[in-house]
Design a protein around this ligand. Structure first.
Ligand code: NDP
Length: 298
């Protein structure tokens, strides 16, 4: 089975290089090989390669910057997935794509199921939603995996930012009224590989699935866990920050509005693919062990 992976150097793309390799012949491309803001060469690339599966891990992920670059965000997050879906349909490939909890408006406090009404609050969320819709319209054989709060030992993310800031500042203020589940890029990649194996044989698996680690926390709870774990894993690490103070979203204005409720109901994914999703703390702890080096496990 030939698999084409786009966005191979992103948080999720990097882990997919590992998890997809055992499934068949993997062709992994980065922005230089396949630029999602240029759909025609992208289509041509897929036509030439004729993969059985296209996995799109590339995206415009700068949530705040998207507010001032809506045309580029739209090209990469909406038009490119649409073009990929058309060409995947043409060559008979399964298209696997990643989306986000930011397609929802974040109201209430219940976990959202896949069919729940969408209502993005930001340009990023709108473009990701349109990407989903274009895929659904053009290619029946698709998996859209919506995830949340992605972390990885490689690449920039919240946990790494907290570690850096805690070394620079004496006090950290972190939002405590946005609730979600930090989800490891390694978990996303492993689940994606399982899902592909089943989906190539079973059309009933197709469609949108929510993929997030179990449990929930706020950014504040996440930050405290990161710093507590860092102290435990590497007692010699100098963290100047003595306190992590909770603040409401209203005290930290950003160009893009973010949903307060990022909880995703993962029942469909777990039942369809017979998978267990570990607690978010398990993945964050593992990532921190990797970041903080060999001392962490002694
Ligand atoms: P990253 O930002 O880590 O990686 C995105 C990748 O896309 C990068 O490798 C980047 O390349 C590539 N890319 C950007 N623009 C282009 C382009 N024009 N052509 C080709 N490649 C491009 O994202 P994640 O791995 O965190 O995200 C993976 C998926 O998960 C995305 O669909 C995202 O929307 C979704 N998601 C992410 C969340 C998060 O918290 N990060 C939360 C929920 C969903 P380069 O390295 O050259 O910039």
């Amino acid at each position: 089975m030939k698999i084409l992976l786009l966005g191979k150097n992103g948080q999720v793309g990097w882990e997919l290089q590992r998890s997809l390799a055992p499934l068949g012949e993997l062709v992994a491309l980065d922005r230089r090989d396949a630029d999602l803001s240029h759909p025609e060469p992208l289509r041509e690339r897929v036509r030439q390669l004729r993969p059985a599966v296209v996995v799109n891990a590339a995206a415009y992920t700068a949530v705040d910057k998207a507010e001032s670059e809506p045309v580029l965000a739209h090209a990469i997050n909406a038009l490119a997935p649409g073009a990929l879906a058309e060409v995947a349909h043409e060559v008979g490939a399964l298209l696997v794509h990643f989306s986000t909890d930011y397609v929802f408006d974040g109201s209430g406090d219940a976990p959202r199921a896949e069919a729940a009404p969408t209502g993005p609050l930001s340009v990023y969320g709108q473009t990701k939603l349109e990407g989903e819709q274009r895929i659904q319209a053009a290619c029946d054989r698709h998996l859209i995996l919506r995830t949340s709060w992605v972390h990885a030992a490689r690449g920039g993310n919240f946990a790494r930012t907290m570690l850096r800031l805690a070394q620079e500042r004496e006090e950290l203020k972190v939002i405590d009224d946005q609730i979600g589940a930090p989800t490891g890029a390694d978990l996303i990649a492993d689940v994606t590989a399982h899902a592909i194996r089943q989906a190539v044989r079973d059309p009933a698996c197709m469609g949108v699935h929510h993929l997030a680690a179990a449990g929930e926390t706020s950014w504040h709870g996440y930050a405290r866990f990161v710093l507590d774990m860092a102290r435990e894993l590497q007692p010699g690490l100098v963290l100047r920050a003595r306190e992590v103070l909770p603040i409401p979203t209203s005290a930290y204005p950003t160009p893009a509005r973010r949903p307060l409720n990022s909880r995703l109901d993962t029942t469909r994914l777990r039942q369809t693919f017979g998978l267990n999703l570990p607690h978010w703390k398990t993945g964050v702890q593992r990532m921190l062990s990797e970041i903080l080096g060999p001392k962490a496990t002694t």
